[in-house]
Design a protein around this ligand. Structure first.
Ligand code: ADP
Ligand code: MN
Length: 552
């Protein structure tokens, strides 16, 4: 299992990120393209005995000697030697042991031939002319002096020193020509080229600047002041603009990478390693989602017997361990930075189940509590028969659960699922039933319910993301419920389901409360009054909150 352990560390998580979208086929190819158990880098291990072996050292030495004597026959050596980037004078170099050097030698050879042909043409053009034209700009001597960092695709579009892209042929020649001080024109072949061409070309470059530079690059009002940009300046500006743009993009990518890495910090890696070592997880595949508070990863379930797992108990201490580890699992890793969680304190610090613990805990422990809260809520839902991921186990801030989807394809969110009108109707009915069961049986309010936290799989709606779910006795529980109802009503109305209940109607229907629906403001006031009364009750630690609500 040790090599599978390596897979955890080496999986390039950030490459397979689903950015909040599940059902798009293009995404599937892109973001899961590299998923496979083999996609991780496997390091060949060398045993300690091998490392210490004198015989091995001798063999390596012999190999090295052989390579030095037979440079062309030995394997390609990739060197970091910076001198390889320098121009090579092929005729003087005998070193052919490196592909890069060989390529440079060949290139130099071709360049020399090309330059010779330019010289021949130059001589031909100048033969009958009183003005000598320089073809230096056509020569390729500066081949290796280009900026190595400038690795762009836009290069082809650039106006080069000879003005290929920006100007007409006459303009091109105007850039190459040296105008005699006493004349404003020169003869180029059969054409007369004036200094004016250069000015026109300059103005044209200025005009083009606004369109050809990347969006957002500020150029000022260059047209307004009759600015003439030489091709050289135009090119440098364009180069600079694009390299700035790329730098910005890279910075953004680094940031994203950092965020992804942050959830999978050293401690988390260790936890994942242990899961692999213990046979709970067979291999880590790729990231399903990177959210603000958690990263969700797809893994293959391990082959350890469920009986060997630490038994999973619900809040009433009943063993609810899964019978078998599912073939495909999702691991939700809560981020161990508190930044994003701060604004969610209200969900947990007022939940009487966690209230006393919340005060005493350090930030890391509070995050563990989020994971624990999700686990308990999922367990309650499972017991009540609500389709949701079955919990496999919880380790600190890492929650292993069943994967909703198939063959590494996560089920689409309702928002993205493509449904027939019958399926839409059925989905609506399912969601309403689910909300009722959640409230009345599980004594929970989702508190972040929307088309983004409902998945469509196997003709069923699956409820996920319940770490913030609260009991109805929570001081803001009923407000959360009203928000959930509003989201659900809006969504199903927007996709054309007929007879969708209005949010207030849905609220009453789910909660079993019968608050008069006259106007919304009044409705909200009643809810708040109920919440205030309930808070007092919740502080006494009684759990039958909905019964209490019935008495109001
Ligand atoms: P967040 O707090 O980041 O919204 P979620 O629990 O909603 O966390 O998970 C984010 C996304 O990961 C979901 O929208 C869903 O696409 C995917 N996901 C989460 N859990 C599972 C699961 N058990 N099976 C399949 N996909 C899942
Ligand atoms: Mn979510």
């Amino acid at each position: 299992m040790a090599s599978a352990g390596t897979a955890v560390v080496e999986t390039p998580l950030q490459e397979n990120v689903q950015k909040g979208y599940t059902s798009n086929a293009a995404w599937k190819v892109k973001s899961w393209g590299s998923i496979s158990n083999n996609n991780s880098v496997k390091c060949e291990s060398t045993s300690f005995a091998d490392v210490m072996s004198e015989q091995l050292a001798n063999e390596l030495q012999l190999d090295e000697n052989y390579e030095m004597e037979n440079p062309l026959q030995s394997e390609t050596v990739f060197s970091n030697d910076s001198t390889l980037n320098e121009p090579v004078e092929w005729s003087k170099s005998n070193d052919t042991s490196n592909d890069e050097v060989l390529a440079q030698i060949l290139q130099a050879q071709m360049d020399e031939e090309f330059n010779e042909s330019v010289t021949r043409q130059e001589n031909q053009v100048n033969k009958n002319s009183k003005v000598r034209l320089s073809f230096n700009n056509y020569r390729t001597d500066s081949l290796f002096t280009s900026d190595d960092n400038y690795d762009d695709e836009e290069e082809d579009e650039d106006v080069d020193e000879t003005g290929r892209e920006g100007c007409s042929e006459a303009d091109q020649s105007s850039n190459m020509l040296e105008f005699p001080p006493d004349k404003g024109y020169v003869v180029f072949g059969n054409e007369l080229v004036t200094k004016h061409d250069k000015e026109i070309c300059g103005r044209r470059n200025t005009a083009k600047m606004e369109d050809s530079l990347p969006p957002g690059f500020r150029t000022g009002d260059a047209r307004g002041m009759d600015l003439q940009l030489s091709n050289k300046i135009y090119n440098s500006l364009k180069k600079h603009a694009y390299s700035e743009q790329r730098r910005g993009q890279r910075l953004h990518e680094t940031k994203e990478h950092y965020t992804a890495e942050h959830a999978v910090d050293e401690r988390t890696r260790l936890l994942l390693h242990r899961l692999v070592d213990r046979g709970i997880v067979a291999g880590v595949n790729g990231v399903i989602s990177i959210g603000k508070e958690a990263v969700v990863v797809h893994v293959d379930g391990g082959d350890v017997a469920a009986a060997d797992l630490v038994p999973l108990v619900n809040e009433n201490n009943n063993d609810i361990s899964c019978k078998q580890i599912p073939k495909e699992c999702a691991i939700k890793i809560y981020k161990t930075t508190l930044n994003e969680f701060r604004c969610r304190d209200k969900y947990i610090k007022d939940d009487y189940r966690f209230k006393d613990r919340f005060k005493k805990l350090n930030p890391r422990k509070i995050i563990h509590m989020w994971a624990e809260k999700e686990m308990h809520n999922l367990n309650r839902m499972n017991e009540a028969g609500i389709p949701c991921p079955e919990v496999v186990l919880l380790r600190k801030h890492v929650l292993v659960m069943a994967f909703i989807g198939e063959n590494q394809q996560p089920a689409p969110k309702l928002k993205c699922a493509i449904l027939s009108s019958l399926q839409k109707k059925s989905a609506y009915k399912q969601v309403v039933t689910m909300m009722k069961t959640l409230f009345n049986q599980c004594k929970l309010i989702h508190a972040d319910l929307s088309e983004f936290n409902l998945l469509w799989h196997d003709q069923k709606v699956w409820m996920i993301d319940v770490s913030q779910s609260v009991e109805p006795s929570h001081p803001h529980g009923l407000e959360f419920l009203l928000r959930d109802c509003t989201n659900i009503s809006k969504f199903f109305t927007s996709i054309g389901v007929p007879d969708v209940l209005e949010p207030l109607e849905l609220f009453n229907s789910v909660s079993g409360l019968d608050i008069p629906i006259t106007d919304e403001a009044e409705f909200r006031c009643t809810i708040e009054r109920m919440e205030n009364a309930t808070e007092e009750h919740a502080q006494q630690g009684k759990r039958k909150s909905s019964q209490f609500l019935e008495q109001i």
